[in-house]
Design a protein around this ligand. Structure first.
Ligand SMILES: Cc1ncc(COP(=O)(O)O)c(C=O)c1O
Length: 354
C-alpha cells in the first residue's frame, strides 16, 4: 500500500549509500586529512560557549555572509549559503525545473546533479566525455543548442576525473547557452581557477562552492552559492529559513579568519598530489590521470584487486561500477604518511602482477 502511495519518481530512485566509516585511512570522499587547526578550534569553542542553543540560528547569515563576501570579493546580495553545496544543487533544481525540463550534465560527473534532477522530474541529458575524460567544447556547445537544457552543470574541476575546462571554454558555453550555467567549484581552492570574474557579465551564471574540501568542514555541512541577486532571491523562495545551523556558521567564519592556515594546507595537498602522480605514473599496469583537485583518478585492469588489498590494509578509496568508469579508482590525496601507505600497497599488487 505504501509503495503505491510513493511518487513515481521516488519509486524509481535508489537511496544514495555513502560509507559511514570512521576507522582506517579514509581516502574515498575527497576530504581534508587534518582536523581543525588548534587556533581555529580554540576560537570556535569560545564562540560556541557564547551561543544560545535554544534559539534559532541567524537566518540572514550576517557574519558568515560578510566573511564570504570578503573572501570572494563579492557583494552580500550575491551570496546564498546552504547545508552543504549538496543542498544548493537541490535548491537550484527546485527553483528552475518543471517536470520534463532538460538538464545537461557530463558523463562521468558528480552524481548529485542527476539524483536531485530526477527528484524534480528533469529529463537528464548526458554528454559523454571521451576515453580520457576530456570534453570537446565545440561539440558540447552544438549539443547544448540542440538539447536546449534549462540548466547546465559544469563541475570544475570535474569529480571524479580531476580535469578542468579553460576559462575561455566556459565563457563560450555561457555565451552560447540560453539556460542557466551552474559551475560547481567545490575544489576551487586546489585548482585556483574560477569563473567569478564572469558573474558581472553573465546573469545566467551560478557558482557553487563548499567548506567541505579545502576548509576541512565536511562534517558540519556548509556550502555557498554566488550568483546575481535576482537568482539568489529565487533560491531564497525555496530555501528553508534556518538551513545552516549556528555551529556550522560559526566554524565557517573562524576558518575564513585563518585563511593563511587553509592555504598552507592546500599547498601541502597540491604538492602531495603532484608527488603521488609522478610515483603512480612510473608504475606499470595503471594509468593515472592529471588532476587539478585533491583527488586522483586511476585506471587499471587490476582495479578490483588493488581496492581489495587496500581495504585489507585499512585504506579506503572510491571504486566505480558504471561502464564509463570501468576499472577506475579514485583516491583522495591524504597526508604524506597516508599517501605513502596507499602507494606502497598499490605498488605491491602491481609488482606481483608484472
Ligand atoms: C563536485 C562536488 N560538488 C559538491 C559536493 C558536495 O559538497 P558538500 O559537502 O558541500 O555538500 C561534492 C562532494 O564530494 C563534490 O565533489
Amino acid at each position: 500500500m505504501i509503495d503505491n502511495l510513493v511518487s513515481k519518481r521516488v519509486q524509481e530512485l535508489k537511496s544514495y549509500k555513502a560509507e559511514s566509516r570512521i576507522q582506517g585511512i579514509a581516502l574515498d570522499k575527497n576530504e581534508l586529512p587534518w582536523g581543525l587547526d588548534d587556533k581555529v578550534e580554540e576560537a570556535l569553542i569560545k564562540s560556541i560557549k557564547a551561543m544560545k542553543f535554544n534559539r534559532y540560528p541567524d537566518s540572514d547569515y550576517t557574519e558568515l555572509k560578510a566573511a564570504i563576501s570578503r573572501y570572494a570579493g563579492i557583494e552580500k546580495q550575491s551570496i546564498c549559503v546552504g547545508n552543504g553545496s549538496d543542498e544548493l544543487i537541490s535548491l537550484v533544481l527546485q527553483a528552475f525545473i518543471n517536470p520534463g525540463d532538460t538538464i545537461a550534465i557530463y558523463n562521468p560527473t558528480f552524481a548529485m546533479y542527476r539524483i536531485y534532477g530526477s527528484i524534480c522530474g528533469a529529463r537528464i541529458w548526458k554528454y559523454d566525455l571521451d576515453g580520457n575524460f576530456e570534453l570537446k567544447p565545440d561539440e558540447f556547445i552544438a549539443s547544448l543548442q540542440e538539447q536546449k537544457p534549462k540548466l547546465v552543470f559544469l563541475c570544475n574541476p570535474n569529480n571524479p576525473t580531476g580535469k578542468e575546462l579553460a576559462l575561455s571554454e566556459m565563457e563560450e558555453i555561457l555565451k552560447n547557452t540560453a539556460g542557466i550555467v551552474v559551475v560547481d567549484e567545490a575544489y576551487f581552492e586546489f585548482s585556483g581557477v574560477t569563473v567569478l570574474g564572469f558573474l558581472s557579465g553573465y546573469d545566467n551564471l551560478i557558482i557553487l562552492r563548499t567548506f567541505s574540501k579545502a576548509f576541512g568542514l565536511a562534517g558540519l555541512r556548509i556550502g555557498y552559492m554566488l550568483a546575481n541577486p535576482l537568482i539568489i532571491s529565487y533560491i531564497d523562495r525555496v530555501r528553508s529559513p534556518f538551513n545552516v545551523n549556528a555551529f556550522a556558521q560559526a566554524a565557517a567564519v573562524e576558518v575564513l579568519k585563518n585563511l593563511d592556515k587553509v592555504m598552507e594546507r592546500v599547498e601541502l595537498i597540491k604538492s602531495e598530489r603532484e608527488r603521488l602522480i609522478v610515483l603512480l605514473k612510473q608504475l606499470k599496469g595503471i594509468q593515472c590521470f592529471e588532476s587539478k583537485s585533491n583527488f586522483i583518478l586511476m585506471r587499471s585492469p587490476y582495479s578490483d584487486e588493488i581496492a581489495e588489498r587496500l581495504q585489507k590494509a585499512g585504506i579506503f578509496i572510491r571504486k566505480y561500477s558504471s561502464t564509463k568508469l570501468k576499472d577506475c579508482l579514485r583516491v583522495t590525496v591524504g597526508s604524506r604518511g597516508e599517501n605513502d601507505k596507499f602507494y606502497e600497497t598499490v605498488k605491491e599488487v602491481l609488482y606481483e602482477r608484472a
